[in-house]
Design a protein around this ligand. Sequence first.
Ligand code: PRP
Length: 215
Amino acid sequence: MAFEGITLALSKGRIFEDTLPLLAAAGITPIDDPEKSRKLIIDTNRPDVRLVIVRASDTPTYVQYGAADLGIAGKDVLIEHGGAGLYQPLDLKIARCRMCVAVPRGFDYDAAVQRGARIRVATKYIQTARDHFAQKGVHVDLIKLYGSMELAPLVGLADAIVDLVSSGGTLRANNLVEVEEIMAISSRLVVNQASLKMKHALLQPVIDAFAGAVK
Ligand code: PRP
């Protein structure tokens, strides 16, 4: 039988951890820890609320198609997804970091831009990178990667990367430097538009509790 309650999609790691206080504010406590259990559907203390654990970049897709009623996804992921079918009522201000352009220490990025050189950029964030460089009028060849972007300039795959930076530790460890901040990133609540109408009585109190808990 189909689940009649509400399903919240979120990813393991920082988003899950930073969401726990928001869930607590809504009176929701997960029964399992996705870091320990391999379960992908996690029940909560409330029989009418369950969590599903998805890959961060898949959260908007689950919510768009209504497989989850709501979800928590980074602005980075939402830009790449495009946001179709998603109501985005709240910036939850969690999992904060920034989207940056980084290059190997010693690569003169400004000079390359000024002389109109074509720059090879490796990134998981094709849409964000395309928009950023188009707006600046910089010619780039974008190379799509799925992770470990910091490696690309070290082995000659790219001149630069567009990636998320939090502590800056990964850049430093790989002798890269940040040359441009593209945007600040945080996670947003996304809600399926049909669910918002059909399950309004269940969803609205959760949205309100999250809103109240956002610092
Ligand atoms: C992110 C990002 C960087 C790193 C930045 O990767 O892609 O590699 O974190 O964090 P820092 O500035 O604190 O070092 P993540 O570990 O989330 O893995 P991913 O490559 O799967 O996105």
